[in-house]
Write a protein that binds this ligand. Structure first.
Ligand code: GTP
Ligand code: SPV
Ligand code: MN
Length: 596
């Protein structure tokens, strides 16, 4: 093995706080046997060289440079197109610490399995060392990590999604502490694929996938599964939430954090364009983050949030000039597209973009509708957040932004109203804990199956959900000025199978009611399940919603809710004695009121 180290030489690092990092890199190299080692510095020259190399070997295909300057298409292996929840494990000494919400393996067994897969796996390849920072480089809320990978595509994505390179390495040297992520694409054999987490060691091992959350270890593996564990120990929250600033015509901005499961509208809400009348009145929307939110109580008792990511790994299908013009502008240049289709003039294309007919599908075949959608339903764009026209001027504030409201929401074709407010923090935690949603293409497996997805964290909480709910409840302390909690459902369908609510930009009408509730200027109607806006509080007519649809969107179907709460009670009981009592008490109280 010729270890060509291109960042700084061994002598400079010896004896510094980077010792443990250099040792880990050397041990990993000895085990995985790469041809060479490359320390990523995050420079423009570095990425230019990597892109040129990937263009040469076919990993990246250049897109139309006129319409999409400096943008690329990557086609992943057709068996490797989404997160693999059944192959994702949390390895804790005590299985109860991982909880029934995770697949568990003993740490020694997890390491043994992974080490066997990694043995010699980088022969003929380059080992890349990616130092990265999740969150603004100068924020006390940020945390660092290092990903070792043999995939240059992962390097290119991590460069857009995190603060990667020399500045992160300097912070790691200062702090001496970082999350270790080891990744290899292996042979992309679905039978030799695992995503393994060791929260007690702050480490991750991922083998056999090059896709998204399986491979970009800063994202779901670090910023959610490992960070949720760290957050509980340190008194903060790591959540699967967008962060959006809503500026009213008086110039005040309220920040809202919203947890929706994968492919349920976070990117879209984070980049919302107000309806015309709101724009004219002076409303503005500011994007802080579209997927992950780290929050911590500030000195004034409010929760302050940062977006640990620096870019968007967004769902392409459905993104259009009508649904999300901000996203479309964002991805107009310097973007990596993965598994989208292309037109005959080599522009990226996906279902819902426009009326053109694509030339090649996501697998590079001549487009034939008989083969299914042209773009894979989980095809994605990777792009720097700084290219987003609505990117908030406060998105990189080291202290974060204060959160006025937390919103939970799922994809529910029936029962759940467009919006309701929780009575208090405990009720709000129950609302989050009992969330249900229909599955999507963001993970492998059946689509459209209703399952419990508490706080949109089912695939991402690195520890026992019962302990996680207790951690959430613990924020309700003397001196705390907690956000109000709401639940929304943009996906309610009528008897004809069509959505009852137009969604997208019109969602601002619902956010406006929430903000007025926070400010104490809007009314609400008490129901057993929560507080609903009274008729007229949200202008549905201007949103094009008929009176009949409105009735359905705001109805409380008692027998339906009784059945729902019985299911919720069973779900909570599955967690046994660790489940905090207040949630069961709250659920029983609501069920009692529903049956009155
Ligand atoms: P992840 O990146 O997987 O975490 O997804 P996400 O939560 O960011 O979802 P995204 O905003 O990318 O939306 C996913 C799908 O939901 C797209 O097909 C959107 O068009 C659709 N969608 C988003 N917002 C709405 C809405 O308000 N109403 C309806 N009906 N569909 C929506
Ligand atoms: C999600 O599935 O919630 C995503 C995409 O944001 S991935 O990075 O693959 O997790
Ligand atoms: Mn997500």
């Amino acid at each position: 093995m010729s270890a060509a180290i291109s960042f700084f030489d061994d002598d400079a690092r010896r004896g510094s706080r980077l010792d443990s990092l250099t040792r880990w890199v050397a041990e990993t190299a000895a085990h995985t046997q790469p041809d060479s080692i490359h320390w990523c510095d995050g420079s423009d020259a570095e990425i230019a060289a990597l892109n040129a190399q990937m263009a040469k070997d076919g990993t990246l295909l250049a897109l139309n440079g006129q319409t999409h300057p400096r943008s690329w298409l990557h086609r992943s292996d057709p068996s490797d197109v989404a997160r693999v929840e059944h192959l994702t494990f949390v390895c804790t000494r005590d299985p109860d610490d991982a909880g029934p919400n995770n697949h568990w393996m003993a740490p020694a067994e997890g390491h043994a399995r992974m080490d066997a897969l990694f043995a010699g796996c980088m022969r003929g390849r380059t080992l890349y060392v990616i130092p990265y920072c999740m969150g603004p480089i100068d924020s006390p809320l940020s945390r660092c990590g290092v990903e070792i990978t043999d995939s240059p595509y992962v390097v290119a994505n991590m460069r857009l999604m995190t603060r990667m390179g020399a500045a992160a390495l300097a912070r790691i040297e200062r702090e001496g502490r970082f999350v270790k992520g080891l990744h290899s694409t292996g042979e992309l054999d679905p039978d030799r694929r695992f995503i393994m987490h060791f929260p007690e060691e702050l480490s991750i091992k991922s083998f056999g996938s090059g896709y998204g959350g399986n491979a970009l270890l800063g994202k779901k593996c670090h910023a959610l599964r490992i960070a949720s564990w760290q957050a509980r120990e340190e008194g903060w929250l790591a959540e699967h939430m967008l962060i959006v600033g809503i500026q009213n015509p008086q110039g005040q901005t309220h920040y809202i954090a919203a947890a929706f499961p994968s492919a349920c509208g976070k990117t879209n809400l984070a980049m919302l364009i107000p309806p015309e009348s709101y724009r004219q009145a002076g409303w503005k929307v500011w994007t802080v983050g579209d997927d992950i939110c780290w929050m911590r109580p500030g000195a004034d008792g409010r929760l302050y949030a940062i977006n640990p990511e620096a870019g968007f790994f967004g769902v392409a299908p459905g993104t259009s000039e009508k649904s999300n013009p901000n996203a479309l502008t964002t991805i107009g240049h310097d973007t990596i597209f993965t598994n989208v289709a292309v037109t005959d003039d080599n522009q990226p294309w996906w279902e819902g973009l426009d009326k053109r007919v694509p030339a090649k599908d996501w697998q590079g075949r001549d487009y034939d509708p008989a083969n299914g959608p042209a773009a894979h339903p989980n095809s994605r764009f990777t792009v720097s957040a700084r290219q987003c026209p609505s990117y908030s001027p406060h998105a990189e504030d080291p202290q974060g932004v204060p959160i006025s409201a937390i919103v939970f929401g799922g994809r529910r074709g029936s029962l759940v109203p467009l919006v309701f407010e929780a009575r208090n923090w405990t009720h709000g935690v129950l609302v989050g804990a009992s969330m249900g949603s229909e599955t999507t293409a963001a993970a492998t497996g059946a689509v459209g199956v209703m399952r419990r997805d508490p706080m949109a964290m089912k695939p991402f909480c690195g520890y026992n959900f019962a302990d996680y709910f207790a951690h959430w409840l613990s924020f309700d302390q003397a001196g705390a000025r907690l956000p109000k909690i709401f639940h929304v459902n943009w996906f309610r369908k009528g008897a004809d199978g069509q959505f009852l609510w137009p969604g997208f930009g019109e969602n601002l009408r619902v956010l406006e009611w929430m903000i007025q509730r926070v400010e104490g200027t809007a009314e609400a109607v008490e129901t057993p399940v929560g507080r609903l806006p009274p008729p007229g509080a949200i202008d549905l007519q201007s949103a094009g919603v008929s009176a009949a649809a409105a009735e359905e969107l705001f109805g409380v179907d008692r027998p339906g809710w009784i059945a729902e709460f019985r299911e919720i009670q069973n779900y909570l009981e599955d967690y046994g004695v660790r489940m905090p009592d207040p949630l069961g008490v709250e659920a029983a109280r609501i069920l009692g009121q529903l049956m009155d």
